[in-house]
Write a protein that binds this ligand. Structure first.
Ligand code: UDP
Length: 243
């Protein structure tokens, strides 16, 4: 039974990582197209003033809670989300299962050298994993058709798109059905983490909900984006007061 909660008018699925992987695996088995958004506070806040992104979230088959900000928001609203289902963790779990099940992956996004290193790392970690194609994420709109065609002839079951939110999620919304891939997931900075160009926060920081602070320390240019977090929490408080 599909269970969703409403955060600032956007749906978020009540899921553990295991449930997310099971749902995706069911979509693959049934050949049922499925866009997955790994939504953090920044995305849910941005959707308030971006009707295109709002629509993407509503049309997505699965919206996972990527970040402690989203878990906290659920708590403020008197709801509960069982755990974080972050893009990078989802990719590891799907690659592990996919290597056994024979799922074919296509990687789209990041800089060419980052993409290459991310692919090598996935293939090293998950022997047997089939990565049937890849393309970097810096292309002009007029190249879209060629990229879609390249994905289509590669026949992947899972298309991972790492071009940052909301670009990746809007790209998938517009193009997933044309690519022929069954599942399309926006995975943000996952390829950078796999390639080792961006480090993940230590576990204790992740558990305390401080991953955003670690990212800010590593990439200070993100400060403006990080400001979305307090604004998001404030907006959620207002939602709570209204309800
Ligand atoms: N990126 C891309 N094409 C673009 C802009 C960004 O492929 O036009 C890549 C960028 O190289 C990086 C990822 O998208 O690998 C964005 O990561 P970020 O951490 O900003 O994503 P977030 O998880 O914050 O959405």
């Amino acid at each position: 039974m599909k269970q969703r909660i409403d955060i600032l008018g956007c749906p978020v699925d009540v899921l553990t990582m295991a449930m997310a992987v099971e749902r995706i695996s069911k979509c693959i088995a049934q050949g049922q197209p499925c866009q997955v958004v790994t939504a953090n506070a920044e995305i849910l806040y941005a959707a308030q003033s971006d009707p295109g992104l709002f629509l993407v979230l509503h049309d997505a088959a699965l919206v996972t809670a990527d970040g402690m900000g989203v878990l906290l928001a659920a708590r403020i609203l008197g709801q509960s989300l069982p755990e974080r289902v972050a893009g990078v963790d989802l990719v590891h779990n799907l690659a592990q299962q996919g290597a056994k099940a024979g799922w074919r992956f296509y990687l789209l996004g990041a800089k060419p050298e980052v993409l290459r290193a991310a692919q090598e790392r996935l293939e090293m970690l998950y022997p047997g994993l089939q990565i049937v194609g890849s393309h970097h994420g810096y292309f002009a709109p007029e190249e879209n058709d060629a990229i879609v065609e390249n994905i289509r002839v590669s026949q992947p079951e899972i298309l991972l798109v790492a071009m940052g939110a909301p670009k990746q999620d809007k790209w998938l919304h517009d193009h997933l059905s044309k690519t022929g891939a069954i599942v399309g997931i926006g995975v943000g900075g996952t390829f950078d983490i796999l390639a080792g160009t961006v480090r993940r926060a230590p576990l204790w920081m992740q558990r305390l909900g401080l991953e955003w602070l670690f990212r800010l320390w590593q990439q200070p240019s993100r400060w403006r984006r990080t400001m979305a977090l307090p604004r998001f929490i404030w907006a959620v408080f207002c939602q709570r007061l209204r309800s």
